[in-house]
Structure formats: structure tokens, C-alpha cells
Ligand binder design. Sequence first.
Ligand code: FAD
Length: 334
Amino acid sequence: MNDVVICLFATVGFDKASQGLAGAGRRLADELGGRLHAVVIGSGSDKLASELATFCDTVIVADQPELAEYQPETWLNALVRFCGELSPRSVLLAGDTYSQEIAPRLAYRLGGSAVGDVVEVRIEAGTLLVSRQVYGGKAQAVLELRRSPAVVWLRARSFAPPTPRDEVATITHAIFEIEVDTRTRIVERKREAGGQERLEEARVIVSGGRGIGGPEPFTTELQPLADLLGAQMAASRAACDAGWVPPTWQVGQTGKKVTPELYLAIAITGASQHMAGISEAKTIAAINTDPDAPIFKHCRFGIVEDYRKVVPLLREKLAALQTGANQSPDSAPR
Ligand SMILES: Cc1cc2nc3c(=O)[nH]c(=O)nc-3n(C[C@H](O)[C@H](O)[C@H](O)COP(=O)(O)OP(=O)(O)OC[C@H]3O[C@@H](n4cnc5c(N)ncnc54)[C@H](O)[C@@H]3O)c2cc1C
């Protein structure tokens, strides 16, 4: 009853969010004095299962052909079966789309409680408490989850990875009768434009808003800056809705929640719905012509200026710094 189950999907792999999930699961199981079980769904799970075996007490892989592809109801049926058998105190999932979709349904089917976008999980006087950001990150709500199991999906990069242990768990390949349910089926797959690393995993983000003025400057001004910084590109909803950049770039309440070391907001006003996506960013820097733009209340560094003047200067400076760093001491100008 004090056990914890973490649910992972082979197609997502052992990315930073999954590592954080494993870390959160391990620490919670240790706090509860219970065992940590990993359930991995989908084909090609072997590598992920081996990674998990170094942190978990048991690893169950469900990779039958019926579970190879994402199919929400069928994957849910499999998870209900495993979690039902293990009777855990808590079931933790990562923040990927599959997990977000499945978590509340899983909680309902297990008779437990559900909560998402969690940035902290802890036990206090025997009670399971979770924290999540509210009011666009201006405040934090602490929730007590009374019904067991507590089914929780975690915000990406908000949890530290686990430390490998000496023991390695046995990996069990579960073969069982699957209830295939095809109420929902995938009709088409499209690769995200740009094929870049997941935005939620980015350490540095260059983000543009409506003040950029059109699609071209995203390519000619912002992208070269992002390249110099080794950053990923993102945008406000206004810029995405205008069709200037792909919708997958949207950050905010109805977009992605990001947690970079540096978030550079260019010509973004800083509406609360945008800030909801960046409240966990370590450092926010902003460029905006309006000194009263709300973004300046949230950022650590701010420049009140037209981005068309600032961005080329930033690029020039960064390029010079990189050239200097690449020059050997002998060839450096004296
Ligand atoms: C239910 C709901 C959900 C929403 N979800 C999201 C969400 O997930 N993400 C999101 O981003 N928004 C979201 N929004 C929209 C949000 O309220 C704002 O409308 C949006 O974020 C504004 O985008 P923006 O800052 O790019 O544009 P604007 O508000 O138009 O701001 C443009 C800014 O650019 C500055 N600027 C103009 N020209 C220049 C220049 N040359 N150089 C420098 N600065 C310049 C201006 O001073 C201004 O501050 C949501 C709204 C609702 C109602």
C-alpha cells in the first residue's frame, strides 16, 4: 500500500522528464518506505527498461503487438490492470501528451485522485501533498490527495533524476490478455516542424511575440541569435495564431510549460497566460519597446528598445565572443 508506480512509454524514451519522473518516484517510495515499480508500455522498451532497472525495485514491460502503438483506451486498460494488481499509494506519470491524457482516466478507473502539472510531491505526517503553480505562477497551491492511489503527472524538468543503486531490478515481460478498445485511433502522424529537441527540455529559449511584426524576422533575426546561443525557438500565442511560426512553438497556459536556464522574451508583452508557461524558467530576459510592458515585472534583465536595434548587436557581440574563444592564444590579437 506504500508502493509507488511510475508509468513510462517507450516512444517517449528516457528523456529529462522521464529521468525526473524516476527520481521523484524513487524518493517518494523511499519516504513512504515502499517499493518503486516501473511499468513500461510500447514496443522497443528494452533500453528504457534497462535504465529503469538501476533505480526501481521491479520493472514490468508490456510490449505486446496490441500495445506497440499509442492507443489511449488500450494503453489505459493495460495500466489499470498493472496498477490495480500492485495497489500502490501513488502512480506517477511524466508531462508528455500521453501521460496528460491518460492520468485522469487512470485515477477514475482506480478509484483514486488525480492532479497534474505538479512541481513537488512529498509526504507530511503521513499525508501525500503535491504542489502546483496557480495564477500564472504567481502563487503555489498545495493539495492534499486523500483518495488512493494519487495519480499525478509531473511538470518536465521540475524533478531531479535518481541516483543509481547497486541492486538491479529484474525486468518482467508481461504477457496477458489485452482488452483492445479502439474508440480512438490515430489517423495521421506529422513530425514537428524543425525536428528540434523538445521545447520542454531546452536549456535556452529565444521566444518572439507579436511585436516581431511578421514571419520573416523569426527566420532572419531571431533564428541566427538562437543558433549562436545554442537555443531553441518559441513564441507567444499571438505569433503562433498569426501563422508566423508553428503552433508547436507556443509557450503559455494553453501552450508548452518550459523550464530553461534562460528565456529571452523578444517583443512579448508578458500577459499572465504567457507567463504561466515560463514561471519555472531560471532567468527571464526581455526586450520590449514599452517600458510598462508586464514582462518587465517578471524579468531579471530587461532592455527597453526596439528589438531590431538590439538583436543585431547581441548577435555581433556573441559572434565576436565565440570567435575570440575559438582563437588560440598565439593567434589572438594583442
Ligand atoms: C484562455 C487564454 C489562453 C491563452 N493562452 C496563451 C498562451 O498559452 N500563450 C500566450 O502567449 N498567450 C496566451 N493567451 C493570449 C495572451 O492573453 C496574450 O494575448 C498574448 O500572449 C499576447 O502575445 P504577445 O505578447 O506576443 O502580443 P502583444 O500583446 O500584441 O504584445 C506585443 C509586444 O511587443 C512589443 N513590441 C512591439 N514592437 C516591438 C519592437 N519593434 N521591439 C520590441 N518590442 C516590441 C509591444 O510593446 C508589446 O508589448 C491566452 C489568452 C486566453 C484568453
